[in-house]
Design a protein around this ligand. Structure first.
Ligand SMILES: Cc1ncc(C[n+]2csc(CCOP(=O)(O)OP(=O)(O)O)c2C)c(N)n1
Length: 264
């Protein structure tokens, strides 16, 4: 039964987009993935591109993303989503192709793939969910883990001398000529959700205009991995992650044209 059969249209405050399936999500309480899925589904719905959108889902907690968004999906091996998306978009240049990747997936095992896809300027949207940890496998340190952050593999906190610096991969891809829109957002408040939705919509619209790689980082929480309650996780993220991963647009331009790089 449709919600509109139960509630009169004039009393309907919110109607779940049909792009989200009715499957119950497996995510932990407080996890950012579900919110980001909802935003994606709403953007796809509002842009009317459900039939034209192909997602490439990752290895990580969102490995089952295909159960929740009613669009075409492919499943990539760990970190390889940008390579798979490259093949998909080159064979289907009129489709809206996006990857959905965690920080372990994108910034660790898949570093080569994301760098080269962005450098080639593949016409795809990349949704990068940075929760500063390997969520699915039990909260191990990721390249994005902050200095001093306690994880399953850094019980005394990440140490600079031993583990190196946290990786700001979003700033790195913004340097590459193939990216046009690179932004960092979050979803911990309704206002942040609205901003992220605007950014994701812009990224999809840019792909529709063949503007090259669109990169949207969403700074996220992982209550289970961080071992803090959902509410405290939001606070922890604001206090610790936002100063190191500041929110906002990092790049908003056209991708570079060939002339600049040609030999004389
Ligand atoms: C080739 C390969 N190496 C390692 C793994 C184990 N593995 C599964 S999920 C995961 C971590 C994913 O973390 P992240 O990308 O940050 O996503 P999250 O779970 O935090 O959303 C790892 C290492 C795997 N499945 N395949």
């Amino acid at each position: 039964m449709d919600i509109k059969d139960i509630i009169k249209p004039e009393n309907l405050v919110y109607d779940k987009t049909k792009v989200l399936t009715d499957n119950v999500m497996h995510y932990c309480p407080g996890c950012s993935h579900g919110v980001i899925h909802k935003i994606l589904a709403e953007v796809i719905d509002e842009m009317g591109i459900q039939e034209e959108t192909i997602g490439v889902s990752p290895v990580g907690c969102s490995v089952l993303a295909y159960n929740y968004l009613d669009i075409d999906w492919l499943e990539a091996a760990h970190g390889r989503a940008p390579a798979l998306a490259t093949g998909v978009v080159r064979l289907n240049p009129e489709k809206y192709v996006f990857t959905y990747q965690g920080d372990g997936d994108l910034a660790s095992i898949g570093t080569a793939e994301i760098m080269h896809a962005c450098n080639r300027g593949e016409n795809i949207v990349v949704i990068f969910v940075n929760n500063a940890i390997y969520g699915m496998t039990g909260g191990q340190m990721a390249p994005t883990t902050l200095v001093g952050q306690v994880t399953a593999t850094t019980p005394y906190g990440r140490e600079l001398d031993l583990h190196g610096y946290p990786l700001k991969i979003t700033e790195l891809v913004a340097q590459l000529p193939g990216t046009s829109f690179v932004t960092r957002q979050s979803v911990q408040t309704p206002a942040a959700v609205r901003k992220t939705k605007k950014a994701i919509k812009k990224a999809f619209a840019n792909v529709g205009q063949k503007k090259g790689t669109q990169f949207v980082e969403v700074v996220s929480t992982c209550s289970s991995g961080w071992k803090i309650s959902p509410v405290a996780s939001n606070k922890w993220m604001e206090t610790n992650m936002f100063p190191f991963y500041p929110l906002g647009d990092i790049k908003d331009s056209e991708k570079e044209t060939a002339d600049k790089f040609k030999v004389q």
